[in-house]
Design a protein around this ligand. Structure first.
Ligand SMILES: *[C@@H]1O[C@H](CO)[C@@H](O)[C@H](O)[C@H]1NC(C)=O
Ligand SMILES: *[C@@H]1O[C@H](CO)[C@@H](O)[C@H](O)[C@H]1NC(C)=O
Ligand SMILES: *[C@@H]1O[C@H](CO)[C@@H](O)[C@H](O)[C@H]1NC(C)=O
Ligand SMILES: *[C@@H]1O[C@H](CO)[C@@H](O)[C@H](O)[C@H]1NC(C)=O
Ligand SMILES: *[C@@H]1O[C@H](CO)[C@@H](O)[C@H](O)[C@H]1NC(C)=O
Ligand SMILES: *[C@@H]1O[C@H](CO)[C@@H](O)[C@H](O)[C@H]1NC(C)=O
Ligand SMILES: *[C@@H]1O[C@H](CO)[C@@H](O)[C@H](O)[C@H]1NC(C)=O
Ligand SMILES: *[C@@H]1O[C@H](CO)[C@@H](O)[C@H](O)[C@H]1NC(C)=O
Length: 342
């Protein structure tokens, strides 16, 4: 808590760009330590066939190599009963052709979310998807440090840009732009969460992470890279997008159900995209820092890129419950929330 308050002060009270960069460095001293740590591990791997390994291991290098080098590791389950009661490390994250069959209860729940008239054959759609997109058993790469960047207006004036870009993974949600907002939101994007109604063009190095709320979303993804003939879901959607098809990832419907069961405890109809993203990050990152979530300092809910007030979702999404859960994750030191005001 103290560390959080201090870093908040550093980032806000100081406005001169040079000093605020220093603040970022101070705050991220442990990241630098972590980087140094991993280069030691790399050189260890490089020399693993030589006699040096034996020397190193007898000097304790091997035993010191913990799975994670940060202060508060997500995967350190020993220290929060509340967390380990909910966190299920074995849940499938991404869909692939081997894990695509849905348990009956997952299938029933997920299919109930579909509010489009003609629902296609899931098996056939999945087969088609993996004829085009990466089909991997291994699951996504892991990041040591991740920034989850929501779209809240509380990012405006925050000067979080350099801090956000310092993370290994920068996960952005829906249409949140970086252009013209670099100072507050950064410019790096390693993962972009989207669905057809929130789609945008990506650069070649960004992972498109589809959150499929319905089968039609999967069909749209395929169509967007091939026939381009799906232009309508419950609203008009882009027929195509620019993105690297080799970096496409599709969230597993079972993961959505897991978040609904274990993290929103069945409040609302299904979890919000921001909340799903946060829990997803807890599964692919050692350390999760959260930006651009929640209201602005004067209690308004709007996106940083437009002034339109967005209603606080407390019906189809359990806004209140999600909010409480996010606060609890912070209390349990599993995430660090950057609220954009002091
Ligand atoms: C859904 O049904 C309508 C009308 O039958 C059809 O025009 C449309 O192409 C269908 N959509 C998909 C994705 O199959
Ligand atoms: C769905 O598609 C699969 C694979 O293409 C096929 O084997 C199955 O019979 C289809 N099911 C229905 C209900 O059409
Ligand atoms: C699916 O499982 C089979 C058998 O275990 C394996 O050979 C294959 O590589 C897997 N495919 C993918 C995409 O993971
Ligand atoms: C994008 O990346 C893929 C490999 O993932 C490569 O084949 C392709 O040429 C790249 N396209 C551009 C425009 O850089
Ligand atoms: C899009 O085109 C494909 C292949 O031509 C076709 O099978 C499919 O039904 C079409 N979908 C829509 C929504 O028009
Ligand atoms: C989380 O999931 C596990 C296994 O699926 C279940 O045993 C446990 O009760 C769930 N926890 C909560 C809080 O729902
Ligand atoms: C949100 O919904 C819950 C349960 O329906 C209710 O208890 C709570 O007062 C609502 N909160 C807001 C801010 O509307
Ligand atoms: C969300 O939680 C925070 C901290 O617990 C609280 O200050 C805020 O009022 C909550 N927001 C809403 C809309 O309930």
């Amino acid at each position: 808590m103290c560390i959080f308050l201090m870093s908040g002060l550093f980032l806000f009270e100081v406005t001169k760009p040079q000093t605020s960069l220093m603040a970022v460095r101070l705050k991220h001293h442990r990241y630098i330590t972590a980087l140094l740590g991993s280069s030691a591990i790399l050189s260890f791997l490089y020399f693993q066939n030589s006699a040096m390994v034996l020397m190193d291991s007898s000097h304790g290098l091997v035993s010191e190599r913990a799975p994670c080098a940060c202060g508060n590791c997500v995967t350190d389950q020993g220290n929060s009963r509340w967390f380990s009661d909910r966190y299920k490390p074995t849940v499938p994250l991404l869909l692939n052709s081997n894990n695509s069959v849905l348990h009956a209860d997952v299938s029933r729940w997920w299919k109930e979310l579909q509010d489009v008239p003609n629902v296609s054959n899931y098996t056939a759609v999945v087969d088609q998807l993996f004829s085009l997109f990466p089909d991997e058993d291994a699951g996504p790469d892991r990041g040591r440090t991740c920034a989850v960047v929501g779209n809240s207006g509380n990012l405006l004036g925050s000067h979080y840009g350099p801090l956000i870009d310092f993370h290994d993974f920068v996960i952005r949600i829906n249409k949140g732009p970086t252009k013209h907002y670099e100072k507050d939101v950064g410019s790096k994007t390693t993962h972009r969460i989207m669905y057809p109604e929130s789609a945008m063009d990506l650069d070649n190095s960004t992972h498109l992470v589809l959150f499929p709320f319905k089968i039609l979303d999967m069909q749209w993804l395929f169509s967007a890279f091939t026939t381009k003939n799906i232009t309508q879901t419950y609203t008009e959607v882009p027929s195509t997008i620019k993105a690297n098809k080799d970096k496409v990832m599709i969230l597993h419907p079972e993961f959505m159900r897991y978040v609904y069961d274990n993290w929103t405890e069945c409040h609302g109809r299904y979890p919000s995209t921001g909340f799903l993203t946060l829990i997803f990050a807890l599964h692919i990152c050692d350390e999760v820092n959260v930006f651009g979530f929640g209201a602005t300092s004067n209690g308004n809910w709007h996106h940083y890129f437009d002034e339109t007030l967005t209603p606080f979702e407390n019906d189809s999404h359990a806004g209140d419950f999600e909010n409480k859960t996010i606060s609890r994750l912070q209390q349990e030191k599993k995430i660090l929330l950057y609220r954009g005001w002091t």
